[in-house]
Design a protein around this ligand. Structure first.
Ligand SMILES: Nc1nc2c(ncn2[C@@H]2O[C@H](COP(=O)(O)OP(=O)(O)OP(=O)(O)O)[C@@H](O)[C@H]2O)c(=O)[nH]1
Length: 907
């Protein structure tokens, strides 16, 4: 047989033969040819149809036709060289016949040569294949044998131990039976090791026979017999039974003993050739085992790839470091969004830190920063002020400032005539017949003093409103007019008003009202005011006072003059040539006009068309309406105007600012809305400010520390005693500041004052009314009640002492040495220690010292003696210790246990 690669073929495939064949009707066909070694190939067969030819041609044709194509061209090769070929058909036949005759020998030679070469090649290929298989089988066998040996040794070791144990015990009847296995399984003794290879020729039948009892203990060797000699007619299959494994590597080089062991017997009915082929195939398959595995693990491979991709994606993510803006508080969802991470990963990270959170939970900026940094991002912390940066400017340069009208608030006790006075003052102007003439209530208005200057009055009398506005950040009032009825004198709310004005640092002008009344006693008022620290001008003080009558209008012009004078003393100035800033005095939703806010411009000039922001609202100024109803195009400093155009209704006290564009306005208001929502959400958890918060704030803040208080008592005497005692407390570092001390229950006004000045309300033998309690809860103001003056004073002293940084002192308790470290499931690492000195206490501070270096400082979280939790363990005893957030203990570490004492400094 030849194949197409035969060189004879090549030559015969030349044009000459083809020409010859084409001239005859030739049929082509392909035959699949199999070889004994398992390979196969395709052979092209040409069948030449018999033609009606005469004479010699007839003889030649069958001969040619009967030859397979592969042989024929080889034989006809020389014909290719003959110059007679271009002749006619008939001639061709003659030529062929002639050539066949001439070249018969050459053809036979060529055929023999080709055959020889083919044989040679096939042998080589077979040889090559066999060698490869043998190599692989040998490697595999070596591996498996190695494994088997390891297992066997393990077995042997166990058996040896067992035998040793048994040998120690009295001999029983089973002893002889044990002896053989001991020899055979080879306990780890030199004898056994020597004995093992020796029975190469004869051992298996002899030694294996007594083994059955021990057989189950034999290791499970894998295919030990597929050793290098596999093709050398060894019938043992690759997957030989387990029991033969132990001797596999020893037997391998010594040839096979098929049939010696039933388990290793060859399968009957298989010829050697068939066996060889089968094994050959098997071996090929085995050789392709790796491929099979690969096929088998496509899914695994895909998973692996996915994992890798995921991993690389993660890596990529990690590489994408962003600058994350983190405000003071942020929700987990928002933080995840800003980092472009999954919220679930953030929650997972928090869980790892032992914090359970929901996606909507608000976390503080510090935690958020830690998380963002953990994710590999950089952090930009922003405070509220950062987002609103540039919204309100600091003070303007002096040269840009021009004098501005004073802003006045009227305060006083109930029914002392505040509203009447405001009305009277307003009328003054109406009487004067200023433009418009129709005064409308917009929350504030301006009047002209007899001296020509303008004065702005805030039309919401009372200190509560004043302080409420102040609490919201609006510090618009320049001067407070304190109204005291001449017939009634100084009353509790008068005192409150004085305190509120003082707390705000605003100067007072006293209007002794109802002077027209026959019972009026202005001198008494002056004296009483003096008692409360207000020294009026007529008594040598600096506080201007005017005896007025709202009813008759007496001395109102003088009051206005006085206000203007006071304003001049205060040198009130503002820069009108800049974007406006101001405060909302009041706001309402007007049917038809929409949200309307009365804004008092504090600096700059507000113009129609400006984009304004107030609290959480913003809008474009559609119209400016003055208090007399006129439409204005612009409003300068200290001018109160109604502003139309807000998208929503802002709140009284909100600060107003003009911004450059709508986007900025949106940004600011959205931020404020978010912040307000978060504050409301957080209010549930932290109910406002307590004395402790205040102490902390003060401690953290720099400069001189101040404890602000509002004191309410049952009688004047006790209030004065408390005030005097408290004022004596304090030193250079810390002082108490009494915003207000009064007689009577704690009112809403007290709470407002405390809230505006971040103070605590102290009630002595009094209680807060319902409104005050509610207000305190809303504003987060702490109200404390006492019935013993000394307790109150002590508390104040303690609070003030708390503001002094405490001194820390350390007390060493004892020492322990780590003997061993255990890993306890669910608990973590536990250090088994022996207390070498003193005592160790649970919860105490510890220092872990390794090679004289402190490697950790923390707390002793668990202390166990045997299985029980104990509070302390004394010297000489052993105990188990675990530490807070530390697990890297090692044998030999010294655990130093100590307590830290905070020594508070007192006044
Ligand atoms: N005789 C006299 N009565 C006055 C004068 N001023 C106010 N009154 C009267 O005092 C009473 C109270 O006046 P209001 O202006 O309402 O006092 P108020 O301080 O605003 O009172 P509240 O709004 O309740 O705080 C009214 O009946 C006024 O008529 C005055 O100068 N002379």
């Amino acid at each position: 047989m030849s194949d197409s690669k035969n060189p004879g073929d090549k030559t015969s495939g030349g044009g000459q033969n083809k020409t010859l064949s084409l001239k005859r009707p030739v049929e082509h066909g392909t035959v699949r040819q199999s070889f004994s070694h398992g390979r196969s190939k395709s052979v092209v067969v040409e069948k030449v149809k018999r033609r009606a030819v005469s004479g010699e041609a007839k003889e030649a044709a069958p001969a040619a036709a009967s030859r397979p194509a592969a042989t024929r061209p080889a034989a006809s090769q020389p014909a290719a060289a003959t110059p007679r070929r271009p002749a006619g058909q008939r001639q061709t036949g003659v030529v062929l016949r002639t050539l066949t005759e001439e070249e018969r020998e050459a053809r036979i030679r060529a055929l023999a040569l080709a055959k020889g070469r083919e044989e040679e090649e096939r042998r080589k290929a077979e040889e090559e294949e066999r060698r490869r298989q043998e190599r692989e089988a040998a490697e595999r066998a070596a591996r498996e044998a190695e494994e088997a040996r390891r297992r066997e040794e393990e077995e042997r070791r166990k058996a040896a131990e067992e035998a040793a144990r048994k040998a120690g015990a009295p001999e029983t009847g089973a002893a002889p039976r044990e002896a053989t296995p001991r020899y055979e399984t080879g306990p780890a003794t030199p004898t056994a090791i020597v004995a093992r290879p020796r029975p190469a020729g004869s051992r298996p039948p002899v030694l294996l026979s007594p083994r059955p009892p021990a057989a189950p203990r034999q290791p499970e060797p894998a295919k030990p017999e597929s050793a290098p000699e596999a093709p050398a007619a060894r019938p043992a299959p690759a997957a030989a039974p387990a029991r033969t494994a132990a001797i596999a590597d020893d037997d391998a080089p010594r040839g096979r003993r098929p049939g010696q062991r039933p388990s290793a017997a060859p399968k009957p009915g298989k010829s050697v050739a068939g066996e060889e082929r089968r094994r050959g195939r098997l071996t090929i398959n085995t050789a392709h085992n790796a491929g099979e595995e690969r096929t088998h693990s496509v899914a695994a491979f895909r998973r692996r790839m996915q994992r890798m991709n995921r991993g690389s994606a993660n890596e990529q993510k990690e590489r994408l470091s962003r600058e994350v803006t983190i405000p003071e508080t942020i929700t987990i969802q928002e933080l995840a969004n800003r980092m472009s991470e999954r919220a679930v990963d953030v929650i997972r990270m928090l869980m790892r830190q032992g914090q359970m959170h929901k996606i909507t939970d608000v976390i503080d900026g510090d935690t958020a920063q830690l998380i963002a940094e953990e994710f590999g991002h950089t952090v930009r912390r922003v405070a509220d002020a950062d987002v609103e940066e540039g919204l309100f400017s600091d003070d303007d340069p002096d040269e840009t400032k021009l004098p501005r009208p004073p802003v006045v608030t009227i305060m006083g006790h109930v029914d002392h005539g505040k509203t009447s006075l405001l009305d009277a003052l307003r009328k003054t102007r109406v009487v004067e017949g200023e433009a418009g003439g129709i005064t409308q209530h917009i929350g504030a208005y301006q009047v002209t003093s007899p001296l020509g200057g303008k004065i702005t009055f805030i039309d919401t009398p009372g200190h509560a409103a004043f302080t409420a506005m102040r609490a919201r950040g609006a510090r618009v009032t320049d001067i407070v007019v304190l109204v005291v009825a001449a017939d009634d004198g100084v009353m509790p709310q008068t005192i409150e008003a004085i305190d509120h004005a003082r707390a705000a640092g605003v100067p007072l002008i006293v209007a002794i009202n109802k002077i027209d009344k026959p019972t009026a006693d202005p001198q008494r008022v002056r004296n009483e005011l003096l008692r409360h620290g207000v020294v009026v001008e007529s008594m040598g003080g600096e506080t201007l006072e005017f005896e007025v009558s709202a009813k008759t209008g007496l001395n109102l012009d003088k009051l206005l003059e006085g206000l203007q004078l006071q304003a001049e003393i205060l040198d009130l100035r503002a820069n009108p040539d800049r974007s406006a800033e101001g405060s909302v005095i009041e706001a309402k939703l007007d049917r038809g006009r929409g949200p309307v806010a009365t804004v008092l411009v504090e600096r700059g000039t507000l113009r129609v068309g400006d984009i304004v922001v107030a609290g959480c609202e913003w809008g474009r100024v559609r119209a400016l309406v003055a208090d007399d109803g006129r439409q204005l195009k612009e409003a300068g400093p200290s001018v109160p105007v109604e502003v139309l155009g807000f998208n929503g209704t802002p709140e009284a006290g909100d600060r107003v600012a003009v911004v450059e564009n709508e986007a900025r306005a949106r940004e600011v208001t959205e931020f404020r809305t978010r912040q307000r929502r978060e504050k409301l959400a957080a209010r549930g958890a932290a109910s406002g400010r307590s004395l402790a918060d205040m102490m902390r704030d003060l401690r953290e803040g720099g400069g001189k520390k101040e404890l602000a208080l509002v004191i309410k008592g049952d009688v004047h005497g006790s209030v004065e005693a408390i005030r005097a005692s408290i004022e004596k407390l304090g030193n250079d570092e810390v002082t108490a500041r009494i915003l207000h001390a009064g007689v009577g229950g704690v009112t809403e006004s007290d709470v407002t004052l405390a809230s505006a000045s971040r103070a605590t309300v102290m009630g002595f033998n009094v209680r807060a009314n319902k409104e005050a309690r509610e207000a305190a809860e809303r504003a987060g103001v702490e109200i404390r009640y006492y019935n013993v003056i000394y307790d109150l004073i002590d508390d104040v002293r303690d609070a003030m002492s708390g503001l002094l940084t405490p001194t820390l002192r350390e007390h060493k308790l004892g020492e322990a040495v780590v003997q061993e470290v255990f890993d306890v499931s669910k608990v973590g690492k536990v250090a088994g220690c022996r207390v070498s000195e003193g005592v160790v206490e649970r919860g105490a501070h510890v220092r872990i010292i390794r090679d004289s270096i402190v490697i950790h400082e923390g707390k002793l979280s668990q202390l166990k003696r045997f299985k029980d939790d104990v509070k302390e363990v004394t010297s000489g005893q052993e105990c188990g210790m675990s530490f807070e957030r530390f697990e890297d203990m090692r044998k030999g570490d010294v655990v130093e246990c100590y307590r830290v004492e905070e020594i508070r400094r007192t006044l």
